[in-house]
Design a protein around this ligand. Structure first.
Ligand SMILES: *[C@@H]1O[C@H](CO)[C@@H](O)[C@H](O)[C@H]1NC(C)=O
Ligand SMILES: *[C@@H]1O[C@H](CO)[C@@H](O)[C@H](O)[C@H]1NC(C)=O
Length: 409
């Protein structure tokens, strides 16, 4: 203390005056510098403030200050899209998690069903909302209103209209492979109409479940054809063979067996007046046939049934159409074997191994043979961890991905 006093005493009066006047001129700029610095810090913090969800600061920096990131050369990883949780109970295309379990017993509060009617040459199409989960719109096979509907609603610039036909005869349960087939049609082929030519509609919970998904399925009431050119048709398969040709001749479109699964859109074949693929060397796969209305190839095939006998075997189903196709190449396009390979001789390639199906447009699952030769259940639950072609295809249709759900434990 005394020394300070002594030093103060050493200042002259002029020096003291200069000090008094000069100090504020030093303090004020210093204060301003500090103030600005503080601001800048605040600004800086704002710049780099991570969003609550963001653990990756670099991503935030890129958003707010691209220059800083460039100058500092901080590698910026691509933002990871948030994991989408599948909460749906009814199938939807956006759930891609192969471990997600759909509840097959759920039903929507209302089911949507496309319905149509014809009054005095006028076609009315509308969507019906119904609380009856199993309601399906019905119409007779050759009803003129169905013709008007397919002509007007399904007509585009292609030879073959985008109508999918199934034949379903007898009282039968709708199985998992049937569900996959119908779902593949709905999801991949996206037809204007799915026509189910049936005497009885399918039964079971998967059928009810599918109805919740698809509004554009129609029950075409059709009796089993019991005779062809006065010859009795004993087997239900041969009756279905006649019905499928009838359906294609009458309306044109894409016929599918109920265990045939579509893997890629068939639109590139819709420009041909008819398309089939081979099952083996010498047989046509009649599980997928495409044709325009009244296609000459289909008419020839139907004509050929004049030589049908009760002990026909697979003659008119697979062999005769092969001969016809070979003799009238300009009437039918042959899509190699891309609709039904592996064939029934190579069933292990479907149900045991992993077959490369990247070239296939469709695959035939031979459900009856599967049930005969394989014990492993093929279902919504088992496919999640099923490491074979059948499992991969099922996951591709349901989850849009071949990936397996990792086994637990
Ligand atoms: C199919 O069979 C015929 C005769 O039976 C034969 O000439 C032809 O090479 C075979 N084609 C293929 C692709 O195996
Ligand atoms: C699935 O099977 C293939 C052989 O088809 C095998 O290479 C692969 O490791 C298997 N994957 C799993 C997860 O078991």
């Amino acid at each position: 203390m005394p020394s300070t006093g002594r030093r103060t005493g050493m200042f002259s009066k002029i020096q003291f005056l200069l000090l008094i006047l000069g100090l504020p001129s030093l303090i004020i700029p210093a204060f301003l510098v500090l103030l600005m610095a503080d601001r800048r810090t605040n600004n800086h913090e704002l710049f780099l403030q991570p969003k609550p969800m963001d653990t990756n600061v670099a991503v935030t920096m890129r958003t707010y200050a691209p220059n800083i990131v460039r100058d500092l050369k901080i590698p910026v990883p691509a933002p990871i899209p948030p994991m989408k949780r599948c909460t749906n109970t009814i199938w939807s295309e956006d759930c891609r998690d192969p471990c997600h379990k759909y509840n097959l017993l759920t039903k929507e509060r209302q089911r949507k069903q496309m319905i149509f009617s014809c009054v005095k040459n006028k076609l009315n199409i509308r969507t019906l909302f119904t609380k009856k989960p199993k309601y399906i719109f019905k119409i007779q096979f050759k009803d003129s209103c169905l013709h008007r509907m397919t002509d007007k609603y399904c007509d585009d610039d292609k030879a073959v209209p985008n109508i999918v036909h199934y034949v379903w005869f007898g009282k039968m349960n709708f199985g998992f492979t049937h569900f996959l087939s119908f779902l593949s049609v709905f999801k991949i082929q996206k037809p204007c109409l799915i026509l189910l030519h049936a005497d009885y509609v399918p039964q079971g919970s998967l059928w009810k479940y599918f109805l919740q998904i698809a509004p554009n399925i129609v029950h075409v009431q059709r009796k089993q054809p019991k005779k062809i050119y006065k010859t009795k048709i004993p087997s239900i398969e041969h009756r279905a063979d006649i019905a499928k040709l009838d359906a294609l001749k009458e309306y044109g479109g894409i016929y599918l067996d109920t265990d045939e699964i579509i893997l890629k859109s068939l639109d590139i074949f819709r420009k041909f007046e008819a398309t089939v693929s081979l099952e083996q060397n010498g047989t046509v796969a009649n599980s997928l046939i495409m044709a325009r209305r009244n296609a000459p190839f289909i008419k020839l095939w139907m004509e050929s049934y004049r030589t049908y006998t009760r002990a026909d075997g697979s003659k008119h189903s697979n062999m005769v159409p092969f001969q016809l196709a070979r003799n009238s190449k300009n009437r039918v396009h042959i899509a190699e074997n891309l609709f039904a390979t592996p064939n029934s001789k190579d069933l292990h390639k479907i149900y045991r191994d992993n077959f490369d199906w990247s070239k296939n447009y469709a695959i035939h699952m031979y459900t009856r043979l599967h049930d005969h030769f394989f014990d492993e259940k093929f279902s919504m639950e088992t496919i999640q961890t099923m490491n074979n072609t059948a499992g991969a295809i099922a996951r591709h249709i349901i989850y849009g991905s071949k990936d397996l759900c990792p086994k637990k434990g």
